[in-house]
Ligand binder design. Structure first.
Ligand SMILES: [Zn+2]
Length: 685
C-alpha cells in the first residue's frame, strides 16, 4: 500500500514563500535585438540581448532561460526540506526529507564518514585473494551507488556492466532482465577511441585525474600512475567492444535474448550466480543483452588481466562512486575532471544546490509532493492537460493528410495515438519510501540506503507486468519524455513553468514554448524509434515497407541538413544520431503552430494581425519558441554534447526547424538566399 503522503505535508502557501523564490524568465518584445536581421540568424535576433545580459555562471556549463527555473525548483525543494528539518515533530516522509537534508548539509560529517567508508573498502579490495571475488565487489557497488539499472545513450555508467529491468520488446506487457555495456567513466566511446586532438587531450587528463584520486587516498605517485594506466587500458578495451550510439538507437540491434547458461558460457570466469544472488535478482528464463560482444570483452579482460589490474579497476570505481560523498577535497577533485575538463564548468554548485539535486534524485517523489503544492496548482494541471490534448489532436488530424503515408499506416497511427497515455505533472500515487532508513548524521549511508531501495525496487519489476502509471522523472524535473514501449507521454510539473508555460502567459507564448515541446514528444511516437513500436509497445514495425521508404527519403533531408561540421568545437554533428530529435523538433513546432491557428480561428482571430506590442501572434509564437531555447553553452560542454547526446545544440534547434517553415519566412519577410530559408525545405510531419 502507498501512503498518501501529500496529505501529511502541510500545504505551504504560495504567499509565505514567494518572497524567496527567484523570478522566472518570460519573453518580452523589448528583448529582440533589432540591430540583427531575423532572416540571417533568428537565434541571435531573439537571444543575443538576453545572453549578453546573462553570462554563463561559474558553476554552470551553460547559461539559459531555464536557469532561473532550475533555481526556482531547487529553492522550493530546499524550503520543504528546511521546514521538515526544523520541525522536531516531523514524521514519515517529512522526517525523511528533513533528516536527509541535515546529513547532506553537514560537511564535516560527510568528510569523516565518506573517507572512512572509502578507506575501508579500498583496503578490502587490496586484500582480495582471487578474481572470483569480482562478483561480490561489483554487486556491492551496483547496489549502493547509482545507477546500474539506468542506461544512457552511450552505455551504463557503472563498473563493468549495467543490470536492471527492461521491457520485453517482443511482449511489451512485461518486464524482463537486461544486461548493458558499461564500465566506462567517460561520456562516449569516441572519448576513448577517436583521433581528434581534443579527445587525446581529454584522455591524458583522465589518466592524470585517476592518478590524482589514487594519490589523494594514499597511494604513491608511481603506484597511482600505474593504476591509472591500467584503468584507461581496461576501459578502452570495453569501449572497443561496445556498440556505438547511433546503432544503439535501433531497438532491434540491442534486443539479444540470452539464457543464463549462454551468458555463463560467454563469461565463465565471472561468478554470475553469486552476483545475481547478492543483488537479489529474481530467476528468469532469459536476459536481454544489449551488446553480446561486450560479454566476450569482459571474459577476455578477466582472463588476460592480473588480479592486481582488477584491483586497480575496482578501486578506481570505488573512488569514482564514493568521491562525491566523501568530503570537500575528493568531491572537488572529482568535479575538476568531470565538471571542469569535460564541461568547462569552473566551480561546483553551492552545497545546498548539490543537496537539493541529490535529494531530488534519491527521494524525488517524497519531495515532489511539496513541490507541486507550491508550483503546480490544479488549474495549471488542467490547462496543461488541455494543451497536450489540443496538440495531440492536431497531430492526429495532420497524420490523416500526410501525402507520404499510406491508408493502412495512417489507421495504425491513429490506433497508437488513441492508446497513448498522457501524464501531466506528477504521479497519481506517490512512491512509498518508508523502508529507507535515513540517518541525520550520515549522508553517505543515506545515499547507499536510498540507492539500495531503488535498485531493489527496479529489480523487483523483473518478471512482472508493466506499470504505465510510473514516472521516470521526478515532479521537479525540467524535462519531458515519450516512452515508446509504455506508449506514454510525460510532462513533469517542473517543466510546466515559465518561460515554457504559464496560465498567466498568452497563448502564442505557451504554444511556442511548451506547445512545441508537446508536439516534439508526441511525434516521438512515430519517429525513427517510435514507428518500430506498436500501440502496445511491442517491437513491431507497423509501417508498410513503402511508407518506411518514403519516410526515410523525407527524413534524409533532415539528416543531411543537420550533418554539419561545427568548426568552433572541432566536431561534426552526426545527423543520424540526432535525426529522431531533430525530426521531432521540426514536426513539433509545426504541430504547435497549427494547434494555435485552430485556437485562434475558433476565437475568430487571425495569427497575422499585429497585437498590442506591435507583434503578430504568429511572430510572438516564433519568438517565444526561440526564446525558450536562449542559451550559451561552454565549448567543452557543447563538444561533449555533440559527441554523446542525440539532441542538437540549442541554436540549431531554433534556426534549423524555422529555416524549414514557410510560415516563419512569411512572418518575418525572409527571402530565398537568406540563411533562415533552407533549400530544400525539409518536412516530414
Ligand atoms: Zn526528444
Amino acid at each position: 500500500m502507498l501512503i498518501p503522503c501529500w496529505r501529511s505535508v502541510p500545504a505551504l502557501s504560495r504567499k509565505t514563500l514567494s518572497g524567496d523564490l527567484p523570478k522566472l524568465e518570460k519573453f518580452d518584445a523589448s528583448l529582440i535585438d533589432k540591430s540583427k536581421d531575423a532572416c540571417n540568424d533568428f537565434f541571435q535576433y531573439t537571444c543575443a540581448k538576453w545572453i549578453a545580459a546573462h553570462p554563463i555562471p561559474a558553476d554552470m556549463p551553460l547559461t539559459s532561460v531555464g536557469l532561473p527555473l532550475y533555481l526556482y525548483n531547487q529553492t522550493i525543494l530546499r524550503q520543504a526540506m528546511e521546514k521538515a528539518a526544523s520541525n522536531p515533530q516531523a514524521r514519515g516522509s517529512d522526517r525523511q526529507i528533513g533528516d536527509f537534508w541535515r546529513s547532506c548539509m553537514d560537511e564535516p560529517g560527510r568528510k569523516v564518514n565518506g573517507k572512512a567508508w572509502l578507506q575501508s573498502h579500498l583496503k578490502e579490495i587490496e586484500s582480495l585473494k582471487s578474481k572470483k571475488d569480482l562478483s561480490r565487489v561489483l554487486a556491492y557497488l551496483h547496489l549502493n551507488f547509482p545507477a546500474a539499472w539506468q542506461p544512457d545513450d552511450n552505455s551504463t555508467k557503472v563498473p563493468l556492466f549495467g543490470f536492471g529491468p527492461t521491457q520485453d520488446l517482443a511482449d511489451a506487457s512485461k518486464m524482463v532482465a537486461g544486461i548493458d555495456q558499461g564500465g566506462m567513466a567517460l561520456p562516449s566511446l569516441d572519448h576513448y577511441l577517436d583521433a581528434a586532438d581534443r579527445s587525446k587531450e581529454i584522455r591524458a587528463k583522465y589518466v592524470a585525474h585517476v592518478q590524482k584520486m589514487f594519490q589523494l587516498l594514499g597511494d604513491s605517485a608511481e603506484k597511482a600512475f600505474g593504476e591509472a594506466k591500467t584503468v584507461m587500458e581496461m576501459e578502452t578495451a570495453f569501449a572497443k567492444a561496445s556498440m556505438d550510439n547511433v546503432s544503439r538507437r535501433d531497438p532491434r540491434k540491442i534486443y539479444n535474448k540470452r539464457t543464463l547458461a549462454q551468458i555463463k558460457a560467454a563469461v565463465p570466469d565471472f561468478d554470475w550466480d553469486d552476483y545475481l544472488k547478492r543483488v537479489s535478482a529474481p530467476a528468469v528464463p532469459f536476459y536481454i543483452v544489449s551488446t553480446p560482444g561486450f560479454l566476450d570483452a569482459i571474459e577476455e579482460q578477466i582472463q588476460t588481466r592480473s588480479l592486481d589490474d582488477w584491483k586497480s579497476y575496482l578501486r578506481w570505481w570505488t573512488i569514482r562512486r564514493g568521491a562525491a560523498y566523501a568530503g570537500t577535497d575528493l568531491e572537488q577533485a572529482n568535479f575538476d575532471f568531470f565538471g571542469t575538463v569535460l564541461s568547462g564548468t569552473l566551480q561546483m554548485l553551492p552545497l545546498w544546490r548539490r543537496c537539493a539535486n541529490s535529494a531530488d534524485q534519491l527521494l524525488g517523489e517524497a519531495l515532489g509532493q511539496a513541490y507541486v503544492n507550491i508550483a503546480f496548482p490544479p488549474e495549471s494541471k488542467q490547462r496543461a492537460n488541455e494543451l497536450v490534448s489540443e496538440i495531440r489532436q492536431t497531430l492526429a488530424a495532420e497524420s490523416k493528410q500526410l501525402d507520404w503515408m499510406g491508408a493502412e499506416t495512417k489507421k495504425q497511427a491513429l490506433v497508437k495515438q488513441d492508446s497513448t497515455l498522457q501524464k501531466i505533472g506528477y504521479p497519481d500515487k506517490w512512491r512509498d519510501y518508508r523502508s529507507v532508513k535515513i540517518d541525520p548524521a550520515n549522508y553517505l549511508a543515506n545515499m547507499n540506503a536510498a540507492n539500495a531501495f531503488e535498485m531493489h525496487r527496479q529489480l523487483n519489476k523483473i518478471g512482472k507486468p508493466i506499470d504505465r502509471t510510473e514516472w521516470l522523472m521526478t515532479p521537479a524535473t525540467i524535462n519531458a519524455y515519450e516512452d515508446p514501449q509504455m506508449n506514454t507521454i510525460n510532462f513533469p510539473a517542473g517543466i510546466l513553468q515559465l518561460p515554457l508555460f504559464g496560465r498567466e502567459q498568452d497563448d502564442p507564448s505557451n504554444f511556442g514554448g511548451i506547445g512545441m515541446a508537446i508536439g516534439h514528444e508526441a511525434i516521438h511516437g512515430y519517429d525513427d524509434q517510435g514507428r518500430k513500436f506498436d500501440e502496445k509497445g511491442n517491437l513491431r514495425d507497423w509501417w508498410t515497407p513503402e511508407d518506411a521508404k518514403r519516410y526515410e527519403e523525407k527524413d534524409k533531408c533532415i539528416v543531411d541538413q543537420y550533418s554539419q561540421e561545427i568548426p568552433e568545437y572541432g566536431v561534426k554533428q552526426k545527423g543520424e544520431l540526432t535525426a529522431g530529435e531533430d525530426t521531432a523538433d521540426n514536426g513539433g513546432l509545426h504541430m504547435a503552430m497549427l494547434a494555435l491557428e485552430k485556437l485562434y480561428r475558433s476565437q475568430g482571430k487571425s495569427l497575422d494581425t499585429p497585437e498590442a506590442d506591435g507583434l503578430t501572434a504568429r511572430q510572438r509564437f516564433f519568438l517565444s519558441f526561440a526564446f525558450s531555447w536562449c542559451s550559451d553553452v561552454r565549448p567543452e560542454a557543447a563538444r561533449n554534447q555533440v559527441m554523446s547526446n542525440p539532441h542538437s545544440l540549442p541554436r540549431f534547434r531554433v534556426n534549423r526547424p524555422l529555416s524549414n517553415m514557410p510560415e516563419f519566412q512569411q512572418a518575418f519577410g525572409c527571402k530565398a538566399g537568406q540563411p533562415m530559408l533552407h533549400y530544400p525545405s525539409c518536412r516530414v510531419w
